[in-house]
Ligand binder design. Structure first.
Ligand code: FE2
Length: 222
């Protein structure tokens, strides 16, 4: 499986996943800050057909290009059933599996950052959205976030994957694109907190509202 990361502004990451045998592809969290042509050129270079565009959650810090790219490619948009956007060709809740050529996309419900956050587990890779970041996690203080749910998502869902599973988050502010479950379990300061300390820390964590918040929410809930 080929995994191509795309870095946008403010540390936002999207990923193109291509099965080299069947040439079927999945695009995760596309952003308007990446020209559509860049995604389309990458698909062309791989000789791949885009089957799915998945949104790990409703983004509050960038505008998604999922709808535009779905129109251009005929790919199906995959979201959690509780995502506010009505543009859902594939509606999931966690536990579903979808084929990508010879590979299987396993949908994991990983709520906490938002109530409709999902992760996508394919072979030895997991795309975690903002549930699990490299040595961090998403915030839980808006978009129906829930610290208790995030603790459960980290420890019982993502933490249950094999240590060597490669983690691809939706953000990284230091230009990194990948970690592993084992690294995060042993080095991520939030993962190392006790249940009680995690809830207390996250409930008290109120970073500034993202710059594009209102614009992003308006565009991404269409
Ligand atoms: Fe987010």
């Amino acid at each position: 499986m080929h995994i191509l990361p795309f870095h946008a502004q403010r540390g936002c990451l999207s990923y193109l996943v291509v099965d080299p045998t069947s040439k079927e592809a999945l695009l995760i969290d596309p952003s308007v800050e990446i020209a559509s042509d860049l995604y389309l050129t990458a698909l062309k270079e791989q000789g791949a057909t885009l089957r799915y565009i998945a949104e790990t959650h409703t983004h509050a810090d960038h505008i998604s290009s999922a709808i535009q790219l779905a129109e251009l490619t005929g790919a199906k948009i995959l979201r959690h059933k509780n995502a506010p956007s009505p543009h859902k060709d594939v509606s999931v809740a966690g536990g579903e599996t979808l084929p990508l050529g010879e590979h299987t996309i396993n949908i994991l419900a990983t709520p906490g950052h938002t109530n409709e956050s999902i992760s996508l587990h394919i072979d030895e890779a997991v795309f975690t959205g903002d549930a699990l970041l490299i040595e961090g996690t998403g915030r839980t203080d808006f978009q129906l976030g829930d610290s208790e749910a995030l603790y459960h998502s980290l420890h019982n869902t993502l933490g249950a994957l094999p240590d060597e599973t490669v983690v691809y988050p939706a953000h990284d502010y230091k230009g990194r694109t990948a970690s592993t479950i084992g690294h995060e379990k042993s080095k991520n300061p939030r993962f190392l907190l006790s249940h009680e300390a995690f809830i207390e820390t996250m409930n008290a964590h109120h970073p500034p509202t993202p710059e594009l918040f209102e614009e992003a929410i308006a565009a991404n809930t269409r």
